[in-house]
Design a protein around this ligand. Structure first.
Ligand code: SAH
Length: 685
């Protein structure tokens, strides 16, 4: 069966209807899933195996048969561990059909078909009894249903149900217990992901300050978790204000309650500062005594943590609704609220306030619209003063008191900068009409009648929108919230083409051009997410590898995928290379832009793939890179723009160059189809 899905093309802006095969969604799910990453997570796997062996022994010592319920079996891995550990029977429940099918194959291939029954159902649909899915209740409950926030994938309601209907009282649970930890910190860098900082603009007539609207200052933001690889956050980017404290734990061997609740702890700051952020992570004890422990603690808490790289579990950053000063030694109360799926925090100072905590507070809701329209990296980008200064410098060069300026970008401060820098007239098209937060910025800065928001998509722009004046300066960052891959922001070029008839003949376009850059890299860890696993803890999981490979090849041309590389260290194996340029001073050409060439490998190493990013040339001598900032040392370690995702194209097989004398070269062919806005690429050693 085919379905048609309508969407705006992120690069060209054109509305298009895509024919999606019925299985498109699940191929995407498998190709981009974290199964491979989990199978590569040695620390996790070893500890699960130890915990399962110990649980089976405890049950056997009591003279009982070991009946296992494995909820969310995935590849069947944990059930196979249980069967190998001597379990008498395992019920392996998996809701996602393609995975349940894979589990059946993997279980059979490993010779466990008589010990493991795969049930393709959500656990809450599973029945127990002589005619049921399970003959009897289980006495061992094994699950791995956790996300970075622990409960975001629905672990609590699943456990609650399982204890009521699927397992015996006093069952053994692996993991036995999970504990959530928090640490209060001050961090300008992380705080800049959540609030708009004042922007200082040096204009002809003195310094102007763009102030954030009070609605934004006081907004609690959105409840969605901010999960990051905290191990990549240098200690110089935050100050810890308290020791690590235990916020709450859940004992999985006892009935679990998923209903909303709260937990409160007293914190004693070890340092005075601004309380802004709670960093949080969890650990799981696989056994009741806590000797088999798997922890997500970051490097300053557990120095070996960097050795246990994983992407399926990271650490969380929670933003307090408002920053508050705390004093060393002066106790404060921290409350964590949670519902079935998420956690949020509040800091309170006095005892009287503490009692109010009993009134259950609802999860944070963004009232200023900014948190719904700007994601966290975008907040960070807008607060990046070095970046803003470059735009100011470039704008100052092209604007004068006669300038009729049009800005095309999503949620951008450029129109405000252009106004302060003296443009005669500033108009602003936000292509996707998401500007409620902008009205607040305009109001707070008394700009409502200074900058005109035009409610028309670029291709529908009429002379009357511009009061019959031609545009002499067209600007864009460019940034569009619909962009996923770096080149999607080339939509600016298409918009520029669409408004051509409204531009003066000698219009200035800023940026004047963009270029696509490429570099071959060796990842320290990220390669694991796309690398076959083969044998995992002695079990053959190749079926899973094949399935991921099939899904990756589902589309004829392999695609690049976006990753924020500041979180994923890599080293450059080639020099960065400019591969394509896009001249915004001209309209989008009819023909494709393509290039072929080769890059020499300069260092020995494993070529996992190519990284691609865009650079914008605001003027002849001012550029902004959304990718590589610099190669920081001899070894080739890279520094990436911290606000942007780069495109990663994983090679289908890893190219290993051992010899330093001749590490080889990689040839490439890259084609930008101006009709579809898509970039196709091919690499060969
Ligand atoms: N147990 C495997 C896979 C863990 S991933 C391993 O440790 O390697 C979690 C899996 O649980 C996913 O495949 C997801 O589809 C499934 N899942 C989550 N909640 C479930 C539920 N309540 N019932 C059945 N399957 C569930």
């Amino acid at each position: 069966m085919k379905t048609f899905c309508g969407r705006a093309n992120p690069t060209t802006g054109a509305m298009e209807w895509l024919e999606e095969a019925e299985d498109y969604d699940y191929h995407q799910e498998i190709a981009r899933s974290r199964y491979a990453d989990m199978l590569h997570d040695k620390d996790r796997n070893v500890k699960y195996y130890q915990g399962i062996r110990a649980a089976v022994s405890r049950v056997k010592e009591r003279g009982e048969k070991a009946i296992v319920l494995d909820i969310g079996t995935g590849t069947g891995l944990l059930s196979m561990m249980a069967a190998s550990a001597g379990a008498d029977f395992c019920y392996a429940v998996e809701v996602f059909k393609p995975m349940a099918n894979a589990a059946v194959k993997i279980v059979e291939k490993n010779g466990f078909s008589d010990k493991i029954k795969v049930i393709n159902k959500h656990s809450t649909e599973v029945t127990v009894g002589p005619d049921g899915d399970m003959e009897c209740r289980a006495n061992i409950l094994v699950t791995e249903l956790f996300d970075t926030e622990l409960i975001g994938e629905g672990a609590l309601p699943t456990y609650e149900h399982a204890h009521k209907y699927l397992v015996q009282e006093g069952c053994e649970a692996v993991p036995h217990r999970a504990t959530v930890y928090v640490q209060l910190v001050e961090s300008k860098r992380m705080w800049s992901w959540n609030k708009l900082f004042p922007v200082h603009v040096k204009a002809e007539d003195g310094e102007k300050i763009i102030v954030p609207p009070p609605e934004m200052e006081n907004c609690p933001g959105v409840p969605s978790v901010c999960d990051i690889q905290l191990n990549q956050m240098p200690s110089s980017d935050f100050t810890t204000l308290t020791d690590v404290v235990t916020m709450f734990s859940v004992d999985f061997s006892k009935p679990v309650q998923s209903a909303s609740t709260y937990y409160r702890v007293q914190l004693e700051p070890v340092k005075s500062g601004k309380a802004q952020i709670l960093l949080s992570w969890w650990d799981i004890d696989m056994d009741p005594s806590g000797t088999i422990n798997c922890s997500m603690a970051p490097y300053w808490v557990k120095p070996t943590s960097a050795l246990q790289w994983r992407d399926h579990w990271m650490q969380c950053v929670y933003f307090l609704p408002k920053e508050e000063p705390v004093l060393q030694g002066e106790k404060v109360f921290l409350t964590a609220w949670r519902d079935e799926y998420s956690v949020w925090y509040k800091l309170q100072k006095a005892r009287e306030e503490e009692d109010k905590a009993d009134v259950c507070v609802e999860s944070p809701v963004c009232r200023c619209h900014a948190h719904l329209l700007w994601n966290r990296p975008r907040f960070g980008e807008l607060n990046d003063q070095t970046r803003t200064r470059r735009y100011i410098e470039a704008l100052r060069k092209v604007l004068n008191t006669d300038s009729v300026c049009l800005c095309i970008s999503d949620g951008s401060l450029l129109p405000v900068l252009a106004h302060y820098l003296g443009a005669k007239k500033v108009q602003y098209i936000i292509p996707y009409f998401r500007y409620l937060h902008f009205i607040l910025v305009f109001k707070a800065n008394h700009l409502e009648d200074k900058i005109k928001i035009i409610e028309a998509r670029p291709e529908l722009l009429k002379p009357s929108h511009l009061e019959d004046k031609k545009v002499s300066v067209l600007v864009g960052e460019p940034f569009f919230s619909t962009s996923l891959l770096p080149w999607h922001n080339l939509y600016f070029w298409y918009a520029r083409t669409a408004v051509t008839s409204h531009l003066t003949s000698n219009v200035t376009v800023l940026p004047q051009s963009a270029s696509l850059h490429m570099m071959i890299v060796e990842f320290q860890d990220l390669w694991r997410i796309r690398s076959p696993c083969g044998i995992c803890e002695g079990f053959d999981v190749q079926t899973m590898d094949d399935m991921i490979k099939d899904s990756l090849n589902f589309r004829e041309s392999k695609e690049a995928e976006p990753h924020p590389l500041w979180e994923y260290p890599c080293k450059s194996l080639s020099d960065p290379q400019e591969v394509l340029t896009f001249d915004f001073r001209k309209t989008v050409p009819q023909h494709c832009l393509s290039t072929e060439g080769s890059v020499n490998l300069l260092r020995k190493g494993r070529s996992h793939g190519a990284v691609l990013w865009m650079e914008y040339h605001l003027s002849a001598d001012i550029s902004i890179s959304t990718g590589l900032m610099q190669i920081s040392n001899e070894k080739g370690n890279c520094e990436w723009n911290p606000h942007c995702k780069q495109a990663v194209y994983f090679f289908s097989s890893v190219i290993e160059s051992e010899t330093l004398s001749d590490p080889g070269a990689v040839t490439y062919a890259i084609n930008f189809d101006t009709k579809t806005g898509e970039i196709a690429m091919d690499f060969k050693l």
